[in-house]
Design a binder for this molecule. Structure first.
Ligand SMILES: CC(C)(COP(=O)(O)OP(=O)(O)OC[C@H]1O[C@@H](n2cnc3c(N)ncnc32)[C@H](O)[C@@H]1OP(=O)(O)O)[C@@H](O)C(=O)NCCC(=O)NCCS
Length: 308
């Protein structure tokens, strides 16, 4: 599995960012100004995407979100947007603005809405991107952030705070709740012999820091087991509770495991999917996994008393 690395851009990255922007026909002249930060996504050494943030007090300009054409359709743009919004929120930003000529629908899905240019705060409107670099026909959009990075309510009454979503390491105490989640999920095949608390706890013990759970508030909403034999990685039992699907939790869990394997220096990873599990196959393909037709899985049971 190819690992993606997200990192703040260093000075040495800026020339490459300018070149990619120019190749994509996006403004690049002012890249490197002091109040900007960029986040890069690299696959190996190759720069495959990036996004910039310009700070103006509690307002910010999201700019130069770009993914190289060969990596379109993998959700990388969404991940970069998610990261830059989290960065903005962590820096105390309350309103994020942007200009776009081609990606209004993408940003709508990320929670932005059109806003008239005259409603954009002065310092953002005075930025080079607004003043000179983007065509006047570009659509201006805004997203309001709550202190924790979620979209804030527009009305006078504050909306109830959404439960906090957190991906964290899978702890031994999570095993019982994870087993209950897996039992409730179609597509997860559990074996009485090894999908019990002791074998799972032993697995976690042998593979520290590689397995993850996702909590929504106090609820365990997702889990994935990940291990390595030192050479290859293996993912098992990725599941998200039905009520929390299609919100990026499955992707976040898979990414957390992939990044943890990368830290161990493990490049390639395998997993098993039931051929009939069309949803999971679509999910994994969306994340860049390839289905194998050149190998056949073989298994052996030391004891014939258990079902395969
Ligand atoms: C597979 C599963 C983990 C996905 O979790 P999820 O949180 O809903 O997935 P995400 O929201 O992170 O989706 C990530 C991407 O996959 C796509 N995707 C997710 N489910 C999909 C589906 N059923 N069909 C097509 N695409 C799907 C999403 O559209 C998204 O793409 P995008 O970000 O580019 O828009 C979840 O459906 C599940 O728990 N299924 C039951 C257990 C299972 O079968 N696990 C797999 C064992 S191998």
């Amino acid at each position: 599995m190819e690992q993606l690395r997200f990192a703040p851009a260093a000075a040495g990255d800026l020339g490459e960012i300018r070149r990619v922007l120019a190749a994509l026909g996006l403004p690049s002249d002012d890249v490197g100004a002091p109040h900007q930060s960029f986040t890069t996504a690299r696959a190996g050494e190759a720069l495959v995407g990036f996004v910039g943030l310009e700070l103006y007090g509690t307002n910010a300009l999201l700019r130069s979100l770009a993914v190289v054409p060969s990596r379109h359709g993998e959700g990388l743009g969404g991940e970069l947007a998610r990261r830059v919004l989290a960065e903005a929120s962590a820096k105390g930003v309350r309103e994020v603005y942007l200009l776009t000529t081609t990606a209004e629908g993408f940003f709508e899905r990320a929670g932005f809405a059109r806003v008239a240019r005259e409603h954009v705060p002065g310092p953002v409107r005075e930025s080079p991107e607004f003043k000179t670099l983007c065509p006047a026909s570009a659509v201006c959009m805004m997203k309001r952030l709550a202190a924790d990075g979620a979209a804030a309510s527009e009305g006078a009454a504050p909306a109830p705070r959404p439960p906090r979503v957190r991906v964290r390491e899978f702890a031994p105490d999570d095993v019982d709740r994870a087993l209950a989640l897996w039992r409730s999920c179609e597509g997860i095949v559990l074996r009485d012999a090894d999908d019990r608390r002791e074998p799972i706890t032993r697995y976690l013990d042998r593979n520290p820091g590689l397995s993850f759970v996702c909590e929504v508030g106090a609820e365990l909403a997702g889990a994935v087991l990940c291990g390595t034999d030192g050479r290859r990685g293996f993912l098992h039992h990725l599941a998200v509770a039905p009520a929390h699907r299609h919100r990026g939790l499955g992707r976040a869990l898979a990414l957390a495991a992939a990044e943890a394997l990368a830290r161990e220096g493990v490049d390639k990873c395998h997993l098993m999917v039931l051929p009939s599990n069309a949803a999971a196959r679509a999910f994994w393909r969306r994340l860049g996994w390839e289905e194998r037709t050149d190998v056949l899985l073989m298994s052996r049971l030391a004891s014939r008393s258990h079902a395969a």
